[in-house]
Design a protein around this ligand. Sequence first.
Ligand SMILES: *Cc1c(COP(=O)(O)O)cnc(C)c1O
Length: 389
Amino acid sequence: MSNGFDPFEASLIVAHDMSHAYDAVVPPIVQTSLFTFTDYDDMVASYRGEKIRPMYTRGLNPTVRIFEEMLAKLEGAEDAIGFASGMSAISSTVLSFVEPGDRIVAVKHLYPDAFRLFGTFFKRMGIDVTYVDGRDEEEVARALPGAKFLYLESPTSWVMQTHDVAALAALAKTHGIICAIDNSWASPVFQQPISLGVDLVIHSASKYLGGHSDVVAGVVAGSKDLIGRIRSEAYPYLGGKLSPFDAWLLIRGMRTLPIRMKAHEQSTVEIAKRLQAHDAVEAVCYPGLANQLAPGLKGTSGLFSFIFKDGVNVRTFSDHLELFKLGVSWGGHESLIVPGEVVLSQKAQPNSAVAFGISPRSVRLHVGLEGTEALWSDIEAAITAATVG
Ligand SMILES: *Cc1c(COP(=O)(O)O)cnc(C)c1O
């Protein structure tokens, strides 16, 4: 697997295998752990890397490959690799480029489990992380000399802070540092970081790419060289492979990605505007509002947070909602709410309000596909019920 794997050659395999697919418009789920060889010579050629073909699903699987090619195309990348989860994509990607003694520069308010990965495993491995305010290009520039990796997320989790991704990627380039971004929030429909100069684009495919809340998966896209490096070691040896069935669900989900993203955007912009104008609301954190638009972002998705003024009981508000269900994750068809004070009560370490920027009077909403007016009525009624005095 590590001997001369060429991800581009792998695309030929998909084309070849599709000839066995009964002309089905939907690709088959190649649900197999291994692939047999026609004879001894065929096996030798495959082992020597003279012939790139699926041997074992931990290395290469045709259904997974179709998903990878679709995502690479959407991101304008040369290649992509699917993973068992977004976290698997994050850990395998970063570990392909850093080693003990190296330093990562990362923006503040990262996705909490990425932050915890850096603060636990990476710390124990002697990998240091410097956190910077991604809005402050001078601070980022000061942190970069001597670092090995720049890790971005824009908008950030919860507080939805946006950054000038092209400017940060350019800074990384001047220092010869590899730059990766978590693009789960915008999806390739609204932000294509490769075109902004970023080297590696990571997704939790569990969110918008899947879009139906029925799969946990991840993916990273980038140049043939960088993806080849991840594919040669971290992918086979850490073993966080994407399953053929999950890849099939993602292929299905991605067919409607652009129209789903537009529907999420339309409802969310409207709801965020109405919340911003509401007497009970202190502030709305949503890059889709006129005063919060970001360079490089072509549209905005369905996840945002807002802060209640005193006088609204957040517990009553959450319990009164009918369409918005209390639940983690996001990116599916359904609307969801997470109250900030519940996240802050979590025991997992390291964890702090400072690290994530979460205010106890804030809630995070995911606006699903149920319809703007029905969702707004739900929110309005819950605010009325939760307003004290
Ligand atoms: C959910 C999420 C992840 C982690 O993805 P999993 O598929 O749950 O492992 C990473 N980044 C962001 C921004 C996320 O929301």
